[in-house]
Structure formats: C-alpha cells, structure tokens
Design a protein around this ligand. Structure first.
Ligand code: UDP
Length: 249
C-alpha cells in the first residue's frame, strides 16, 4: 500500500488487470514435490513470479532438549528470503517481517499436523523464497504443506492458502506485487479445505465489513483451487513411485 505513480490504472476499461488477468483469476501456478534429495520432504512452487522452495525434516529429536514436550511433537518454521529474491537486495538473515511470517505460517500449518503421535520430537520446515512478487506467505504455506505430505507426516488435511484484496475499488483474487503496492488492501488466508477451517487470516489496508467478507469468500475459493493443484502434485509423485515399482517387478 503506497503512493502510486500518477495515472497508473490497476484495472483497465475492459476489466483486465495489468498482467492481463480478470478480477477472479489466479496467477499461473505450478507445483512439484520431492525435489530435494537430502530433506525428508520437499516441494517447489512457482506462483506467478514467486519461486519458493520448502524443505521438511522430522519428526526428529529436538535440540536443545529443554524444548521437548513429553506429550507431543513441536513444529518449527523458518521463512527466509534470499538476498536476490526482491528488487532491492534483501539483507540476509532474519528481520521483523520474516520472524512474523514464520510465526503465522507455523500457526497456519500446526492445526493440520497430528503432533500427539510424536512426543519429544520436532518437525522443522524451511521455506526459502528465491523470488518474491507478493503473496509469498500463502505460496510458502502451500509449498510447506506439500513438503509435509511428501515427508509422510500424518496430517488431518493439506493446508491450502490464497489471498484476495482490493485494487481500484474492486475486490480481486491473488494480488501481484504492483497490485499489493498500489492497491487498497490485501487479505491472505489459509484453510484446511475438508472442514473449511481457517488457520490464517490477516488484513493489510482498509476494507468495509462487506468488502472484507467478499475478500474472505473469494480467497477461500482461490485456496480451494490451489488445493486441487496440491493434490495433483502429490498424485503425480505417487504415480511416478508406482511406475518405478512396476518397472522393477
Ligand atoms: N518485499 C520486498 N522486500 C522485502 C519484503 C517484501 O520487496 O524486504 C516484497 C515481496 O515481493 C513480497 C511483497 O513485498 O512478496 C509483499 O510482502 P508482504 O510482507 O505483504 O508479504 P507477502 O505478500 O509476500 O506474503
């Protein structure tokens, strides 16, 4: 949300956005699981111009030991932006924003995990943003959720996520960087689609109550479309495994 260049229109007279999308259209999304040899689970997501890698380790013994919980495992999340991921070089290392995003992503994913099955252990998720163009927290959640499934960690559901927002007075799906910068509001959301449980809901900017409800409804629809893509990515992995097994018989 910043002062926009004079004359810049985010929606043209034909209802098209600067990248050609319609109001309720997602950016192109591609997903792949099992992309890293040395992690227990991993996923790579391209979502518009976002490029995000997620790696999962665990459940494994916790260090330092005083963090252990006798009744359940714990989830740790690190969201990190590469120095080359944004236009102005990002100073390496954690900052306020990445600490906050790590925390809300942890909160978005934790309800899906059956951590009671793994007392005294930790599941660690590393989310590396290689290229950022707005919506990295929702794309990071989608990638992390796939990496957790790829690691075989018992889950109640796959967590899916998407944002909606307001640009030029209209509620639209999945803001890109220019829309995020020069628009009026952004509402990222994560859900466990099977039960429609919302596990993350944030808002940046200003919306009326009605606009907020419209944005939430739209973001849920977007997240459900993302969910289908996550399921397809997982199915592709298991098809590849099945083909490999068949080939060896
Ligand atoms: N961004 C940036 N430099 C930074 C942090 C963010 O250029 O140090 C950009 C990046 O493209 C990011 C966008 O601003 O995706 C929006 O950031 P926000 O904090 O709203 O989180 P996101 O939308 O990525 O979840």
């Amino acid at each position: 949300m910043m002062g926009r260049p004079e004359g810049l229109k985010l929606i043209d007279e034909n209802g098209r956005r600067i990248d050609g999308r319609k109001k309720y259209e997602l950016r192109p999304i591609s997903m792949e699981v099992n992309v890293l040899k040395n992690a227990d689970g991993s996923a790579y997501v391209e979502w518009g111009k976002n490029k995000i890698l997620a790696a999962v380790y665990g459940p494994r013994e916790i260090h330092p030991k005083h963090l252990q919980r006798p009744d359940r495992g714990i989830l740790r999340v690190r969201y990190n932006m590469a120095p080359f991921s944004v236009e102005d070089r990002k100073k390496p290392g954690p900052d306020r924003r990445s600490v906050e995003i790590s925390k809300v992503i942890r909160g978005a994913l934790e309800p899906a995990l059956i951590l009671e099955m793994f007392p005294r252990t930790a599941v660690d998720i590393f989310i590396e943003v290689l290229q950022a163009d707005a919506g990295t927290r929702v794309a990071g959640i989608a990638a992390a959720s796939l990496a957790l499934a790829d690691a075989g960690i018992p889950m109640r559901d796959i967590v899916s996520a998407c944002a909606a927002g307001k640009i030029d007075g209209e509620i639209v799906l999945d803001l890109n960087k220019d829309e995020d910068n020069y628009g009026e509001a952004d509402v990222p959301l994560a859900i466990m689609p099977m039960k429609n449980d919302i596990t993350l809901l944030q808002m940046d900017g200003y919306l009326t109550r009605e606009e907020f409800m419209e944005a939430v409804r739209l973001a849920i629809k977007g997240a459900k479309a993302v969910y289908q893509k996550q399921r397809e990515a997982l199915k592709r992995k298991y098809l590849a495994v099945a083909e490999e097994v068949a080939g060896n018989e």
